[in-house]
Design a protein around this ligand. Structure first.
Ligand SMILES: [Zn+2]
Length: 549
């Protein structure tokens, strides 16, 4: 049997075990308390983070909302404040109507319902523009604070009016933030707000001048129809439809009219101008059928202008030239009878086109070996002209008298000898008949150094719109055709002056807004190029404005 010693030993062992366990339990309790404490701290931190996250979210929503509101020209609204109140919808507090800026918005609220509808529509468009993901650029239209009409005090600058437009820089769209500065008298609450005018050619449009210029050049320079332009823009991230673009093109032509008129006058100042014409059908809009139309071009070889008329009658070129006071100048055209009126009424000195005459003999040469002799002489005349292309008019005239005149005399001696021998109905008969009827016109270049041998240049200029004619299904209407003639005039003149028409138009659109009308001739492609070369004009595209964000 176990002794007392053994029992005592067992008892001590058990007691030690209990003590150790109690110690462990104690430690466990302590560590649980520490963990609980730590957890509480973490929970606290989490709450703090959550709160600050919510704050940032609200702030972000607020900033976003404010940006959209600014785009919509609205400074305060219930929607803007809502995110500040944890999603609770709170009515905006009332405001003193006499203290609010006299924005378009407020005027519209006082106006008619349909007006409000269209303004709301426009606001939506503007908001969409502000959200487009393109590089942003700021354009500030400054206003000079003047004195108040009522109290004579100084007007002070207030918040600018901010709108958004889509712009275009070579290679990409931009979002243009237009800041129109505003000022008002701080002492007279009812005094008017004076705002800087919109610094873009088309008031209230979604496009800025750079994008308008691109649309014009693509359509009238590169013959890209508006529907295809709209498709391309949509693909490139700016959803827009054809009708919007067509509105820009129509609206844009009006402020350009004075400039085109100045361009016409410059061309008409030359002592020799070249002309040509071609069919240019228009859609009447009634039954979708094509109506007649005619496009005329006149050039002094430095610039050119186009004119449109419904018919081919001679009264049209006569009226165009009459309005330009060109009495007595030399006009180089082909043999067409449509210039007879102008020549007779205005006492013009008419020159013929040796290219045209050459074509008659070229056609005849297929059947008549004789015609080839005439072609060779005409070729010599062209080769002589190539040698004297860059000399002065006086030198050119001297060379022509010495070398070309004997060739022309010989040519006409040859033609006269052919007259009794050719059948009038044959190709050679037609060539001989044309040569005989045009003789004085064909000889005009032998009297004047500045008269060209041919009017190939004006034919070339006309070819541009005619290529486009196929591509964009004719001018949409007579008004459209008149506008097209103006755009062709500017773009063709840019090309003749070796200017990028986009750079030119973008710059000129900006200048036209406040250019004195009696000095608008300074902005024609020729004079604009000279001003750029002199450093008087720095094209807008070279200083694209300050970038934001
Ligand atoms: Zn005042």
């Amino acid at each position: 049997m176990a002794g007392l010693g053994e029992i005592l030993e067992e008892n001590a062992r058990l007691r030690e075990l209990v003590r150790l366990q109690a110690e462990q339990v104690d430690a466990a309790v302590k560590s649980t308390a520490a963990l609980t404490e730590q957890l509480a701290k973490l929970a606290e931190q989490f709450e703090a983070l959550k709160a600050s996250n919510e704050m940032y979210t609200r702030h972000f929503l607020f900033v976003e909302q404010r940006r959209k509101m600014a785009a919509a020209e609205r400074l305060q609204s219930a929607e803007m404040q809502a995110p500040l109140f944890d999603g609770l919808r709170v009515e905006a507090p009332p405001r003193d109507p006499s203290l609010q800026p006299a924005s378009a918005d407020r005027q519209e609220e006082n106006g008619k319902t349909d007006k409000r509808k269209s303004a709301a529509h426009q606001r939506k468009g503007r908001r969409d523009v502000a959200d487009l993901p393109f590089p942003r650029r700021r354009l500030t239209a400054p206003v000079t604070p003047s004195t108040c009409d009522t109290c004579g005090g100084e007007r002070q600058l207030t918040e600018p009016r901010v709108t958004h437009r889509v712009g275009w820089q070579p290679g990409h769209f931009t979002v243009v933030e237009v800041h129109q500065q505003q000022c008002r008298c701080p002492k007279c609450p009812k005094a008017e707000v004076w705002a800087a005018p919109e610094p873009e050619l088309l008031p209230g449009a979604m496009c800025d001048d750079s994008l308008l210029a691109r649309v014009i050049v693509d359509k009238f320079g590169d013959h890209l129809p508006l529907n295809r332009q709209a498709d391309r823009m949509t693909r490139e991230g700016f959803p827009v439809n054809e009708n919007v673009l067509s509105g820009w093109v129509r609206q844009g032509a009006t402020p350009l009219r004075l400039l085109v008129s100045a361009l016409r006058k410059q061309v008409a100042q030359a002592s020799t101008i070249l002309g040509d014409d071609s069919g240019f059908p228009v859609q009447d809009g009634t039954d979708g059928r094509l109506g007649n139309g005619r496009l005329w071009v006149f050039t002094d070889r430095r610039q050119a202008f186009f004119a449109f008329s419904r018919t081919k009658e001679g009264e049209h070129p006569a009226a165009v030239l009459q309005s330009l006071d060109v009495a007595g100048i030399r006009l180089v055209v082909d043999g067409g009878s449509e210039y007879n009126d102008a020549v007779a009424e205005l006492g013009l000195n008419r020159g013929g086109c040796w290219s045209h005459l050459r074509r008659y003999f070229f056609d005849a040469a297929v059947q008549h070996e004789d015609a080839k002799a005439g072609l060779k002489t005409i070729m010599d005349l062209f080769l002589i002209e190539r040698q004297i292309a860059d000399v002065s008019d006086a030198e050119r005239l001297a060379t022509r008298k010495a070398r070309s005149a004997p060739l022309v005399d010989g040519f006409y001696t040859w033609v006269r000898a052919l007259v009794p021998k050719v059948r009038p109905g044959s190709k050679l008969g037609a060539a001989v008949g044309y040569a005989m009827s045009q003789e004085p016109r064909m000889r005009l270049f032998l009297e004047h150094g500045d008269v060209p041998l041919h009017n190939n240049l004006s034919e070339l200029l006309l070819r541009q719109p005619i290529v486009g004619r196929k591509n964009w299904l004719f001018a949409g209407s007579e008004g459209g055709a008149l506008a097209a003639a103006d755009w062709f005039s500017l773009i063709a003149s840019c090309r003749m002056q070796k200017l990028d028409p986009w750079v030119y138009l973008y710059d000129v659109f900006g200048r036209l807004l406040d250019y004195p009308s009696q000095r608008v001739h300074e902005l024609t492609p020729l004079n604009w190029r000279l001003a750029v070369e002199k450093g008087d004009i720095t094209p807008r595209s070279r200083g694209a404005g300050s970038k934001v964000s």
